[in-house]
Write a protein that binds this ligand. Structure first.
Ligand code: PSU
Ligand code: MN
Length: 305
């Protein structure tokens, strides 16, 4: 039934059938998360990094209504060049792209769904969506969190940006039973910085230990994802004051301009990037590469259990 909608790239399908490690990658980060051409360069570099670490990359998107698990270089270039012209697709949007034969850049939530359809357990990205600051009033809570509650994929990320309320994001995940694992850290990383005031649920120091916990969770039928939080390498971390000032300004501008709904996160990401010049983009790229390496190591370890 799924074949009717799903195209798994042959290399990815072969690897999955042979129980070899595969790492899923999202496409909203390409079309809506970084400017062209560095978005395309990064997406290709991330794939290369995963290969060098001994796993097969599967970048996920919707192309002309087909659910694609594994993209060609030309498709990645297209998604990067088209940028925000491509619809940002979360769970609710998938059927409309399919029925309308449209293109879609998949968020963390939608990428998890397509990864699960294909049988991929590990997904590497930059940052996850979460509970926005002021959500007590706006109800702005990313569908990524609900997906983590339901879908059996581990998401390797550098924590969440402090455009979000990290404390409320932790509370939401706790209610939904989603574990937050810190890789070699006790503190929840805040994307550009290695630490926040929030702690993780479990600190694990090796890919093997993380893979073992994933295996136990899913073999017991405990539904849902896991957040694997991997701090940005020290040499690329940004000064807290610089990044916080940019975030505060971006949030003020979003309020003034009445930006809400699915436009909110891309607006904030783009403004923070502009306000910090190229620095935050460099940091962003490095942390994604770092997550790709850890994702590949976890996928390796998981395939060897
Ligand atoms: N955070 C980032 N970079 C990103 C995103 C979030 O630092 O590119 C993207 C991811 O695709 C994530 C989505 O799933 O934004 C969340 O959007 P929303 O808050 O509208 O759910
Ligand atoms: Mn939202």
């Amino acid at each position: 039934m799924l074949e009717k909608y799903l195209d798994i790239q042959p290399e990815v399908a072969t690897a999955l059938a042979a129980h070899q490690p595969v790492v899923a990658l999202e496409s909203t980060i390409i079309s809506h998360g970084m400017p062209y051409p560095r978005n395309v360069e990064t997406a290709l570099m991330v794939e290369k990094t995963i290969r060098e670490a001994g796993a097969v990359p599967a970048t996920i998107a919707i192309i002309e209504g087909r659910l694609k698990v594994g993209l060609s270089q030309a498709q990645i270039e297209y998604l990067g060049k088209a940028g925000t012209e491509v619809t940002k697709v979360s769970r609710r949007d998938i059927p409309f792209m399919v029925a309308g034969q449209q293109d879609g850049a998949t968020t963390v939530a939608a990428t998890m769904i397509l990864a699960q359809m294909a049988g991929i357990k590990v997904f590497a990205t930059g940052g996850i969506g979460g509970v926005h600051r002021g959500a007590q009033e706006t109800f702005d809570i990313s569908a990524d969190l609900q997906e983590l509650a339901n879908t059996n994929v581990a998401v390797v990320c550098a924590g969440a940006k402090s455009i979000l309320d990290l404390g409320l994001t932790r509370e939401y995940l706790e209610t939904q039973g989603v574990p937050v694992v810190g890789y070699q850290t006790d503190s929840l990383p805040a994307f550009y910085t290695r630490e926040s005031e929030q702690s993780v649920d479990y600190r694990l120091d090796s890919a093997e230990a993380i893979a073992a916990a994933l295996k136990a969770k899913w073999e017991m039928g405990l539904q849902g994802g896991v957040v694997v939080a991997n701090p940005i390498p020290q040499q690329y971390a940004m000064p807290v004051e610089t990044i916080n000032a940019a975030i505060e300004q971006a949030l003020d501008e979003a309020n003034e301009q009445g930006i809400v709904g699915k436009a909110s996160t891309p607006f904030l990401l783009a403004r923070v990037c502009e306000l910090t010049g190229g620095n935050s983009l460099d940091a962003n790229i490095q942390l994604v590469l770092n997550n790709a390496r850890l994702g590949a190591a976890i996928a390796q370890a998981y395939s060897q259990i």
